[in-house]
Design a protein around this ligand. Sequence first.
Ligand SMILES: *[C@@H]1O[C@H](CO)[C@@H](O)[C@H](O)[C@H]1NC(C)=O
Ligand SMILES: *[C@@H]1O[C@H](CO)[C@@H](O)[C@H](O)[C@H]1NC(C)=O
Ligand SMILES: *[C@@H]1O[C@H](CO)[C@@H](O)[C@H](O)[C@H]1NC(C)=O
Ligand SMILES: *[C@@H]1O[C@H](CO)[C@@H](O)[C@H](O)[C@H]1NC(C)=O
Ligand SMILES: *[C@@H]1O[C@H](CO)[C@@H](O)[C@H](O)[C@H]1NC(C)=O
Length: 563
Amino acid sequence: MSRCLLPCLLACLISSVWTADQGDGCQGSQAEQFPVVMTPSGPIRGSMMQTRRGRAFEAYRGIRYAEPPVGELRFQPPVPIMSYNEKVNATTEGPACPRPARQGYYLDEDCLRINVYTPSHTSGQRLPVVFYIHAGGFYVFSGRSDVAGPHYLLDRDIVLVTINYRLGSLGFLCTGDEVAPGNNGFKDQVAALRWVRRNIAAFGGDPDLVTITGCSAGSHSVFLHMLSPMSKGLFHRAISMSGSPIGSSLSPHHLKSLAVRQAQLLNCSTTSSTEIIDCLKTKSWRDIGYSLRGFYEFGFDPVRIWRPVVEKDFGQERFLVEQPLDAVRAGRMHPVPYIISQTRDEFFWMAFYPLRNDTLRSKFNNEWETVAPISFVLPRDNVSAQVTRLRQVYLGNRPLANDAESASRLGKLYADAIVGFPVHRLANLMCRHSPYPVYYYEFAYIGNHSHYEDPVTNKPTGAVHHDDLIYLFSLRYRFPDVPATGPDADLVDKMTAIWYTFAKTGDPNAYGGLDLPELSGLHWPAMTPDKRNYLEINKQLTVKTNLKEDRIKLWEELFPIEY
Ligand SMILES: *[C@@H]1O[C@H](CO)[C@@H](O)[C@H](O)[C@H]1NC(C)=O
Ligand SMILES: *[C@@H]1O[C@H](CO)[C@@H](O)[C@H](O)[C@H]1NC(C)=O
Ligand SMILES: *[C@@H]1O[C@H](CO)[C@@H](O)[C@H](O)[C@H]1NC(C)=O
Ligand SMILES: *[C@@H]1O[C@H](CO)[C@@H](O)[C@H](O)[C@H]1NC(C)=O
Ligand SMILES: *[C@@H]1O[C@H](CO)[C@@H](O)[C@H](O)[C@H]1NC(C)=O
């Protein structure tokens, strides 16, 4: 692993105090403290930060990659910025896009921002670029450094890019006609990728060696970029963590009912698409962002609300032009070496809320056919045969009670429905139809922290959705940084080594002369249709086969496709 060179090491050691908001400022002269990079779009001033191992790196945060999507540009595709009128001040954190957040959290509709972290823009090297698309169901989170912190990955020789894209109705409203053809949040991501293609060399990144990676909603996004005519040529490897848009239902052509719901929540007329949009344009971004609660149909379900749409052609630049399943099966994609993953327990914890709530639990018991399609993101029509079978197999046909047995059974159903089955399907499709290797992993490690911690003991009880992020990014909004030594620290070294190796070579194994002791002995074979290998990531890295297939078999029977 390359270390901080002497001058920056000294500079950083002097300033042992950091604060997340001010960006780990290192002492030094003005130029050292606030580096300026000349990009083809203009000059950008950044700041210095420091990794968990004490390496100083440059941070350029909150840079606009598209015009503020406000006023007449609300609900429109992004308008890229090709040149900056004056030196961009990228020394502090930008806002997150509108969404529910605690009081005082920095939100703004002017949120199309990109963050670039580089070991050095002047070294003359062209480093692999890792482009991270954040999680959050297309309605929460951001690319800000409190939720996607660079402090671990920048111990590797990579350039890390994180982004915001518009969320909820502001990003994904789709009436299915010319008024709102949809997918603007994905078009934002494309605009950010185009910005990288144009500007990243100035930061020391290689525009011909870009790895797109994302978790959950970001994982859906990563895969869709392989299909999108808009994203062609903008990336060279891909990593999808815990999310796939190919599951039990096809992608819709519009999200009209969500547009109507949004209008109703803000007292807008719903008689036509034009009225909906015109009225919503007069509302504050805060009211739109904060209306998320109004979209839940059963407790906090469904976890997935806005989705990618297959866009009809109105002459607009289209992000998604056909069913993802059809595209993959016909090989109509721009495939690249691919890592796909899920965690062992995923969304198991979603069982607790409805089980502990008497009203919801009895609804589950008495109105299963109505509720199950909502909670398990199934097609809404004609699935009574399927949900009856799911109840037989997962719940043993027993009524749900507020107890451990029910939580375990219902938890597995949530986990498989929302992530396990769609990810399985995507991995199996890609290993058949992509000419590049597909590497599959299961994240099974349980460390000091987890995105679900037991409310009584405060201890992790599973390897859940987003938990692999704990070992790739500092997540200071919620967890302390992983300490310098110990098992969690070892896993940070392994995970960042895998990401680095894959970004550089397209193979997660450290062959080819990369000196990565963390990965010595790793021989992670690609998955093939006949030998469905995967890597179990736990304290050890272990190659296994047939991930969760005993449970997934049922789903293949209930929702069959031709692979
Ligand atoms: C950059 O922006 C920050 C936050 O608004 C401000 O404190 C700082 O003075 C600005 N720097 C320059 C050089 O304008
Ligand atoms: C919508 O109208 C209702 C009833 O008139 C009112 O209570 C509510 O505050 C309005 N909501 C918004 C967001 O304007
Ligand atoms: C139970 O769920 C219902 C429906 O979401 C909600 O209105 C109610 O407040 C919940 N009860 C408790 C005790 O949380
Ligand atoms: C309902 O689903 C069954 C299979 O589960 C299928 O045979 C039938 O054609 C479907 N009916 C409609 C109206 O889609
Ligand atoms: C958990 O954190 C403590 C204190 O920082 C550390 O000593 C220990 O090694 C960590 N445990 C694991 C599993 O990493």
